[in-house]
Design a protein. Structure first.
Length: 160
């Protein structure tokens, strides 16, 4: 009888503090409601420019949604925009397109960040990086592996 009372008491405390008593949920990192991807769409051999598309989505509605591309040193913006701000409905995707010239013979990283602020003031963000050392044609293939390292999603593409 005493054992049942202790188990019931612990369960009540667990439910009142966390809202649930799912085993292992304490150690799981919460997922961000924001996702972002940056992908090269095409590359011009004539002027070495690359057209990019940045796609961002949110699992929650936000009036303050922001997509920003951080250009690396030496990148020249040819067309499009590197920043977008506006509202985004839950589950909706917004695309930001731009064309840029990247420095030749120098590996660079183009970083895209999507962030939101909820009406209660909570802030969430996600970041994606395009590295210029990866061939554009290779990225048209589906990823061979997707893992999480250091709290960040890593997508690996085949190179042959």
């Amino acid at each position: 009888m005493l054992r049942f009372v202790i188990i019931a008491f612990v369960s009540i405390i667990c439910l009142s503090v966390t809202g649930s008593c799912v085993a292992g949920s304490i150690h799981k990192k919460p997922a961000s409601p924001v996702n972002v991807w940056i992908t090269p769409e095409s590359k011009s051999r004539a002027d070495d420019s690359v057209s990019f598309v940045v796609k961002a989505t949110s699992a929650i509605y936000s009036q303050q949604f922001r997509i920003q591309v951080e250009p690396p040193t030496g990148m020249t913006l040819n067309s499009g925009a590197l920043v977008w701000e506006g509202s985004l409905n839950s589950g909706e995707t917004h695309e930001l397109r731009f064309n840029a010239s990247l420095p030749k013979n120098t590996p660079v990283a183009v970083t895209a960040t999507a962030s939101i602020q909820t009406p209660t003031g909570a802030q969430f963000a996600a970041r994606a990086v395009y590295r210029s050392g990866v061939a554009v044609g290779v990225l048209n293939k589906p990823p061979s592996k997707s893992t999480f390292r250091g709290g960040r999603r890593v997508v690996e593409f085949p190179v042959r």
